[in-house]
Design a protein around this ligand. Structure first.
Ligand SMILES: C[S@@+](CC[C@H](N)C(=O)[O-])C[C@H]1O[C@@H](n2cnc3c(N)ncnc32)[C@H](O)[C@@H]1O
Length: 243
């Protein structure tokens, strides 16, 4: 049995998905993923630095950049990190657009990354949390606390299990039955997006990650979006650690 949380396995899933990822994610979420990316950016406190530099972790094909650069005009540079060469290639195609000079792309496993300490005015991540299991979330939390400068800000969002919502069974039916069926029919029997459904339902929500980030001394706000179908964490690294 494959370990679905092994970074090599995850990379292969996204390498195979990369061509169709943008369309599938938009259509199958009825446009919600775009709205959630915008809300994730809106939840991030403004970076204090005038010409801010930061990281987009699990950047995919750079879906969040338009929202990020539109809201925070003063951002000087975004370093995008993603393990998938397929997603990377797609992102670079998009980079031929006018924002290329502000984006650098690193193809790397975030969990094994040696990004420099105290190097980021902000960290953003959209829909990159679900392919990690709890001990990997712990590593991610440690990385974010380490790379943020004092006063640095962050925001992350992920599709989640809307526990307690009366329409939850319908939502799970959509994820576990409708999406795999659409994929098998329209995408010639591929099973990759069904994997994304499995990751999403296993993920639960971002509450545990919020606790891990607080454990590293970060100030964290935990938010539920649309009845908990997505959850997010946003906040900052205090300039002066609390005693
Ligand atoms: C669902 S996509 C999200 C892409 C994009 N941020 C968005 O808003 O749609 C998740 C991305 O996380 C990347 N990823 C998964 N595990 C990773 C890891 N260990 N290090 C870096 N990137 C990773 C995948 O290659 C994929 O591009």
């Amino acid at each position: 049995m494959d370990d679905i949380y092994d970074p090599k396995f995850v990379k292969a899933v996204f390498d195979r998905c990369s061509d169709r990822y943008i369309t599938f994610s938009l259509v199958c979420s009825f446009g919600f993923t775009e709205r959630w990316r915008r809300q994730c950016v809106a939840a991030m406190p403004a970076p204090a630095a005038e010409k801010a530099h930061g990281y987009d972790l699990m950047a995919g094909t750079g879906e969040v950049w338009p929202h990020l650069l539109q809201r925070f005009d003063g951002i000087r540079a975004v370093t995008a990190v993603d393990i998938s060469s397929g997603m990377h290639r797609r992102a670079m195609e998009r980079l031929h657009a006018h924002r290329a000079h502000r984006i650098e792309f690193i193809e790397d496993d975030v969990l094994a990354s040696d990004l420099p300490s105290d190097s980021a005015d902000f960290v953003i991540s959209t829909f990159g949390l679900k392919t990690f299991k709890p001990e990997q979330h712990a590593r991610l939390a440690a990385l974010i606390a380490r790379v943020l400068k004092p006063g640095g800000v962050f925001s992350m969002i992920e599709a989640s299990d809307p526990k307690g919502w009366w329409l939850r069974p319908l939502y799970l039916f959509h994820l576990k039955v409708v999406l795999p069926l659409v994929e098998r029919t329209l995408l010639r029997g591929a099973q990759d997006f069904s994997m994304i459904g499995t990751y999403s339902t296993n993920f639960g929500d971002a509450a545990q990650l919020a606790a891990m980030l607080r454990g590293h001394g970060l100030e964290v706000e935990y938010t539920k979006y649309f009845f908990g179908c997505a959850t997010g964490v946003a906040g900052c690294r205090p300039r002066h650690p609390h005693r």
